[in-house]
Design a protein around this ligand. Structure first.
Ligand code: SIN
Length: 522
């Protein structure tokens, strides 16, 4: 195998987080390479509809208010220092993104904003109505191309290279399927989430938890993976992935109704239909269970000019034979966003020198037990950029800051080998997780899922990655004997202060509960 020349910054993934890191690195004159398993323009980012949350309007909003909303939605498991970084640096990153050419929607001269679940004021900016992610992806990919960043498309990363106790790049298969090594001084994992663990998901087929699974195999600390967020309003249909019906619809007046047409969210939460996402997903699921139905309804008939404000959703819904001006839309929760991932400090450093993580692959602490709507694109912008600032400042290895405070110094080596050479189809374990580790969980179902997944062997590397993340998710969900955020245990319905901490993998075979450091919890 031909060794490759050393690059300074190797970025795995080409969503908002990876592209932001790569652009910042290239602008600082660092030799930068992006490895992506699809095309540069393909990522979960490009699918994001609703928008980006940021306190841009000083008269009505502030970083403190954004922080308070984020921590509340996160069910008080956020790292407050990390959230403070997010909300204070976010507005500058948005302005920078606009400088890169991203075009957001305006209302007169001002940026148009909307509300989504858990936000106390309208602070979600959007592009193309409901095509925010696509516009951000377009602007960042164009900037990366203009900067001449080396991009290797359709390369599949197989393992992290670890040499002398530090990350040294990755082993991969190139576009032709040949084994290769890409060596790097710094490796940035921005490979996104793992929604494909579930049969019912809004995530594209590329969201297979590759970076998180590689970290698990390398013994790098990974936390909070029990907190898979279920988006309450995926269009109920046989489509895989499911069509997302953005929370921005409820921000613009859509209402959830039961089979009798009764609007039920006002009885569930003071914010009604704009309650945090976990509350809404639970309310829908409980009603489905109680009524024996598999969906509830989203009534968007009050939204005037639906097709202009939400052109993407309008097209997708019409393709399903529905007219949002007249029809209630059938909805049910779908796996949407993994709030946990590779543990990082406030600069995005993992607990292996030379390894960094950002975006959905990371656990920076900004999302806690339930990510606030539209904070994810902001997360990618802020922490993608901070990684490069830290590298440029000569940082090499994690500081005891943010979530890393609990795990700095862990060095335990691999915990799981790739479970390849099997024949289990992806649909088989997707069904197990959807049935037994979904919105409403209990010990019996989780144990059944754990036993079933333990016996499964994947046939492909991506499926092995999904299986590794799925097993970790189930193990952490079993260990967390309480309900918090997106993790609802029917057998432990309340929050329990015993679990004011994170289940972290990377030190022994089982997840370990690491208490939150003093001051990290509000
Ligand atoms: C949505 O538009 O509802 C999804 C936005 C997000 O996941 O933050």
């Amino acid at each position: 195998m031909e060794p490759e020349p050393m690059t300074d910054v190797l970025v795995l993934g080409s969503g908002v987080a990876g592209l932001t890191a790569a652009i910042h690195a290239a602008r600082r004159g660092l030799r930068t390479t992006i490895l992506t398993k699809a095309a540069l323009d393909a990522s979960a980012t490009a699918w994001a509809q609703g928008g980006v949350a940021a306190a841009l309007e000083e008269d009505t909003d502030s970083p403190d208010l954004h922080l308070a909303d984020t921590v509340t939605a996160g069910a008080h498991l956020c790292d407050v220092d990390a959230v403070r970084v997010l909300v204070t640096e976010g507005p500058d990153r948005i302005r920078e993104l606009i400088g890169f050419g991203a075009r957001f929607d305006h209302l007169g001269p001002a940026l148009a904003t909307t509300r989504e679940g858990g936000h106390s004021v309208p602070r979600v900016i959007h592009a193309g109505g409901d095509a925010t992610g696509a516009e951000i992806q377009r602007a960042l990919a164009a900037t990366a191309r203009d900067l001449g960043i080396e991009v290797r498309e359709r390369w599949r990363v197989t393992e992290l290279l670890v040499e002398d106790g530090r990350a040294a790049g990755v082993a991969a298969h190139d576009a032709a399927g040949a084994p290769r090594q890409v060596r790097a001084r710094h490796t940035v994992v921005a490979t996104g989430g793992a929604g494909q663990c579930f049969a019912v998901t809004t995530n594209p087929t590329v969201s297979t938890g590759d970076g998180i699974a590689m970290a698990l195999r390398a013994g790098v600390a990974v936390a909070d993976v029990e907190f898979m967020q279920f988006h309450p309003t995926a269009l109920h249909s046989p489509a895989t992935p499911r069509v997302l019906l953005s929370e921005a619809l409820r921000g613009e007046g859509a209402v959830l109704r039961d089979d009798d047409g009764v609007a039920f969210m006002a009885d569930e939460h003071p914010l009604g239909d704009l309650a945090p996402r976990d509350v809404v997903a639970r309310a829908i699921t409980r009603r489905c269970v109680a009524s024996g139905r598999d969906h509830m309804w989203l009534d968007a008939t009050a939204i005037r000019g639906f097709a202009d404000r939400f052109p993407t959703i309008h097209g997708l819904v019409r393709d399903s034979g529905l007219d949002p001006a007249h029809d209630f839309l059938p909805v049910a929760p779908a796996a949407h966003y993994l709030s946990g991932g590779i543990v990082t400090d406030l600069d995005g450093a993992a607990n292996l020198p030379g390894l960094w993580a950002c975006g959905e692959a990371a656990c920076s602490g900004v999302h806690g037990a339930n990510r606030l709507a539209s904070n994810s694109l902001l997360d990618g912008l802020v922490f993608g950029s901070r990684i490069v600032e830290a590298i440029a400042a000569g940082t090499d290895g994690p500081r005891a800051s943010g979530v890393m405070r609990g795990v700095a110094g862990w060095t335990d080596g691999p915990v799981e080998a790739p479970a390849l050479a099997g024949s289990t189809r992806r649909e088989d374990f997707q069904r197990v997780l959807t049935r037994d580790a979904g919105v409403l969980r209990d010990r019996e179902r989780l144990e059944r899922a754990g036993d079933t997944l333990a016996a499964m062997r994947a046939a492909t590397l991506e499926d092995a990655n999904l299986l590794a993340v799925g097993r970790a998710l189930v193990a952490a969900a079993l260990a967390r004997c309480e309900s918090r955020g997106t993790h609802t245990r029917l057998d432990f319905p309340d929050r329990d202060p015993v679990y004011d901490g994170r289940f972290v993998f990377g030190h022994g075979p089982a997840p370990r509960l690491v208490p939150l450091p003093a001051g990290a919890l509000t």
